[in-house]
Design a protein around this ligand. Structure first.
Ligand code: NAD
Ligand code: LMR
Length: 338
């Protein structure tokens, strides 16, 4: 878990003008859904990375203006906007990382699964394009329901004969970011040093923070553990309700998405001990996809670090999530093969 903190601390370094590694490989990164609530602030954060040479912004509308705006920022990444199907391939060409926040967000009263009917098709068509144009790129899916969109993308890559399980990620970093923040608020630990692995998936009870493994280690009463776990599981809904019809988390998600992308970029450039949690193809449990801490390297996942030893509360929560997570995974796989 020390590794995870290191990745988080490097978030600022990699965005700074002073960051340097020996012979860094500057990468093209594309953002699909770049004009949206997440896409715009995420692109702003990515524009600051010295490890990105090209930032390719794709959406069904409005990316030309977003790209023009960002292109005036005094950092190295060249920014270009791409609009509509006919420009998707050019956008993806040569990308080393593809980040997908395309799709509709929740409104109050909805579950993430309620987004499936619209977002599954979007995830399918965008991953189809990426699998054809830049099959070796790291594919990072933000679009909900992550528990189903990631299996959809994996099926698309498998059908096209290019699936590399080391390179497909469902972005669950926001759950870790929230857990760290809420734990620090409750326990008074320094927020930048608080580190909690979050395992499982990215919806309700499938989100499982491992409070027994928090660093620096904290004691929780049973009631604190229960209520903190529920708060982390419902944090997305907390934002959806506060925005009252205006969408879901965008700014904290942009931060989390950038943190994950920067961790990948560092690892791709040879940095050691870069660890992030992500929802990936996994053999840690009987579920085909599962989030755990992952050691990242030049080719994506270098090792799955597993979930460590769970206390009874966490073990029960793990068993409780399995039917829902398994159903969401199966739903995605079925959709992709229909
Ligand atoms: P938004 O509506 O503000 O933006 C979505 C963007 O996607 C829009 O600009 C839209 O034009 C674009 N889009 C739609 N179809 C597209 C397509 N086929 N190709 C390219 N772009 C397309 O929504 P948002 O708030 O940015 O949220 C986006 C998604 O991210 C939602 O599904 C939301 O649930 C999800 N989300 C995930 C997490 C997470 O932790 N993984 C966190 C927050 C939000
Ligand atoms: C989140 O966790 O904030 C996202 O998954 C968006 C949502 O619908 O809650």
């Amino acid at each position: 878990a020390n590794f995870v903190r290191r990745a988080a601390c490097n978030f600022l370094n990699i965005g700074s003008r002073n960051f340097s590694v020996s012979a860094p490989r500057h990468a093209k990164v594309s953002v699909l859904g770049a004009a949206g609530g997440i896409g715009q602030p995420l692109s702003l954060l990515l524009k600051q990375s010295t490890l990105i040479s090209e930032l390719a912004l794709y959406d069904v509308a409005n990316t030309v203006g977003v790209a023009a705006d960002l292109s005036h920022i005094e950092s190295a990444a060249q920014v270009k906007g791409y609009v509509g199907d006919s420009q998707l391939e050019e956008c993806l060409q040569g990308s080393k990382i593809v980040i997908i926040p395309a799709g509709v967000p929740r409104k109050p009263g909805m579950t993430r699964d309620d987004l499936f009917n619209i977002n599954a098709g979007i995830a399918m068509s965008l991953s189809e394009a990426a699998s054809k144009v830049c099959p070796d790129a790291m594919l990072c899916i933000i679009s909900n329901p992550v528990n189903s969109t990631v299996p959809i993308a994996s099926e698309v890559y498998k059908k096209n004969g290019v699936f590399d399980p080391r390179k497909l990620f469902g972005v669950t970093t926001l759950d870790v970011v929230r857990a760290n923040t809420f734990i620090s608020e409750l326990k008074g630990t320094p927020v930048t040093q608080t580190q909690c692995p979050v395992i499982g998936g990215h919806a309700g009870v499938t989100i499982l923070p491992l409070l027994s493994q928090v660093e620096p280690s904290c004691d929780f009463t049973d009631q604190e553990r229960e209520s903190l776990t529920v708060r982390i599981q419902n944090a997305g809904t907390e934002v959806v309700e506060a925005k009252a019809g205006g969408g879901s988390a965008t700014l904290s998600m942009a931060y989390a998405g950038a943190r994950f992308a920067f961790a990948l970029l560092q690892a791709m450039n040879g940095a050691k001990n870069v660890v992030e949690c992500s929802f990936v193809e996994s053999d840690v449990t009987e579920l085909q996809f599962f989030s755990t801490p992952l050691l990242l390297g030049p080719n994506g996942i270098e090792a799955n670090l597993g979930m460590g030893t769970l206390i009874d509360f966490e073990q029960e929560a793990l068993e409780k999530m399995k039917p829902e997570l398994s159903g969401s995974i199966a739903k995605g796989i079925k959709f992709a093969n229909k």
